[in-house]
Design a binder for this molecule. Structure first.
Ligand code: F3S
Length: 77
């Protein structure tokens, strides 16, 4: 389970976040490309933009469910 206290600082402020257990598998960036981006230099994903309502929110939830290490959380600030 993701830990908001261990979230990457560059996550956009809001409910979804990526924490430091991300292994850069890229699945979230494929599932929700408008919201999750990869920090290529540091080798991890982050929430570049919180989803609006509708399809983006669904894609972000899909990304969270698909993350193999459960690095995506939905209980952020
Ligand atoms: Fe990382 Fe999980 Fe995305 S491992 S790249 S947060 S799907």
């Amino acid at each position: 389970m993701a830990d908001k206290n261990d979230a990457w600082p560059e996550n956009a402020k809001g409910k979804f976040y990526v924490d430091r257990t991300c292994i850069a598998c890229d699945a979230c960036c494929i599932a929700a490309p408008e919201n999750f981006k990869m920090n290529e230099d540091d080798g991890h994903a982050f929430l570049a933009k919180q989803p609006g309502s509708g399809p983006e929110e669904d894609q972000c939830r899909e990304a969270m469910e698909g993350c193999p290490v459960e690095a995506i959380g939905l209980d952020g600030e």
